[in-house]
Write a protein that binds this ligand. Structure first.
Ligand SMILES: [Zn+2]
Length: 144
């Protein structure tokens, strides 16, 4: 089989058949056939990452404050999400599960004042926020 140099170059770059097909406008099976012809192993695409791995790909620690900025996708409301196999997962929900080892109750929101923060230390579910508000009111006399 004749192999295309540009396809071989992208295989050597570690690109998946899907990525090569998209980049060069060829069929995936052509990229796969070239891969077999040059004896290169198949490459897992980014879509086979777990939601946890995707969270780590997109969450970036800030320089101060222990916050995490989100560089990944958001939903229509601007909530940080990761999408895997057509299913959206809340980035803060993932952080919550890792920190507390359980599923959150209600929405998970950031408890700090940094917009979009997804740091696991800065997320709380509905019962935890109610508890925090009760503590705040006990200390500050229910000022809010
Ligand atoms: Zn934060």
């Amino acid at each position: 089989m004749r192999t295309r140099a540009d396809v071989v170059a992208l295989i050597r770059d570690g690109k998946s058949d899907r990525a090569i097909a998209r980049e060069l406008g060829i069929a995936r099976r052509e990229a796969a056939a070239t891969r077999r012809a040059v004896g290169a192993p198949p490459v897992k695409t980014v879509y086979t990452l777990t939601v946890e791995q995707m969270w780590h790909t997109y969450a970036r620690p800030t320089y101060t404050g222990g916050h995490m900025d989100w560089t990944g996708p958001t939903n229509h409301a601007g909530t940080p999400i990761v999408k895997r196999r057509q299913v959206s997962h809340s980035a803060r929900g993932i952080a919550f599960r890792r920190r507390y080892g359980r599923d959150p109750v209600g929405y998970v929101r950031a408890t700090c004042d940094r917009p979009g923060c997804v740091a696991e230390e800065h997320v709380a579910d509905a019962p935890m926020r109610a508890e925090l508000n009760a503590q705040y009111n006990a200390i500050f006399g229910g000022a809010r």
